[in-house]
Design a protein around this ligand. Structure first.
Ligand code: SAM
Length: 230
């Protein structure tokens, strides 16, 4: 088990990269929530702003993006979705934003700050199509367990913010965290766990996240589940 992300493994962000438009602070998020304010509005061939209904553009939110592999790849695979990555570490949030800038992912933004607060205070009811939580910090010691992001109050927010049919994805390399999360979710209305099979990686970066990559390259098990909001 790899307990912490190695500091040395973070590459330098190129000074030429204009990552700032891809990085917001929790305090700067619009209240009330506005997708147009966060992602901008598309313009037509005459330069006129096109009004889009949020319901037509699925919103996917990742809690704890780390180095941003998921944000980069998923926003490229689903260009018609919006992606919001939440990361409490400025260094990682900026690094992830730089990946989005490098790949010109206009449909994706990083938010620096406490992602739990974004769910608790900002995201409206039934506004999110998918919530992604990959390899959350395990907080091994019993007295630190309450710091875990997969906690009862987050799960209440997950149910509230997910649309009907929306999915909560939970992957971890910590079996005990996985089992205790399944137990917490059993007390909610979320349906599952739905099985998520492991598939072979098609290339060296074909992993959901950096932690998945590192765990699998070490031949260690990954516990995966998804849950559907009724
Ligand atoms: C173990 S890392 C995993 C990163 C990434 N998901 C992966 O699989 O490679 C957990 C990440 O969650 C972030 N994190 C922890 N608590 C958070 C919170 N309340 N809000 C946003 N990010 C958080 C940490 O800073 C860290 O980058």
């Amino acid at each position: 088990m790899i307990a912490a992300m190695g500091r040395r493994s973070l590459r330098k962000v190129s000074p030429e990269l204009d990552w700032a438009p891809y990085l917001l602070k929790v305090e700067d998020l619009p209240r009330p929530w506005s997708r147009a304010a966060v992602f901008g509005s598309p313009v037509d061939e005459n330069g006129e702003i096109v009004a889009i209904d949020d319901a037509d553009v699925p919103l996917e939110v990742e809690l704890g993006s780390g180095k941003g592999l998921f944000m980069q790849r998923a926003s490229g695979e689903r260009p018609d979705h919006h992606f919001l990555g939440l990361e409490v570490s400025y260094k990682y949030a900026r690094y992830s934003a730089s990946r989005l800038a490098k790949h010109e992912r206009t449909n994706a933004r990083m938010v620096h700050g406490d992602g739990l607060a974004v769910f608790r205070e900002i995201l409206p009811d039934r506004s999110v199509t998918a919530i992604h939580v990959y390899f959350p910090d395990p907080w091994w010691k019993a007295r630190h367990r309450r710091r875990r992001v997969l906690n009862e109050s987050f799960l209440v927010d997950a149910q509230r913010t997910l649309i009907s049919g929306g999915l909560l994805h939970v992957w971890t390399d910590v079996e005990e965290y996985f089992e205790s999360t399944l137990e917490l979710i059993r007390d909610t209305k979320l349906e599952g766990p739905l099985e998520v099979p492991e598939r072979p990686a098609a290339d060296d970066m074909d992993f959901r996240t950096h932690f998945e990559r590192r765990t699998r390259l070490h031949d260690e098990p990954v516990y995966r589940a998804q849950f559907r909001n009724p």
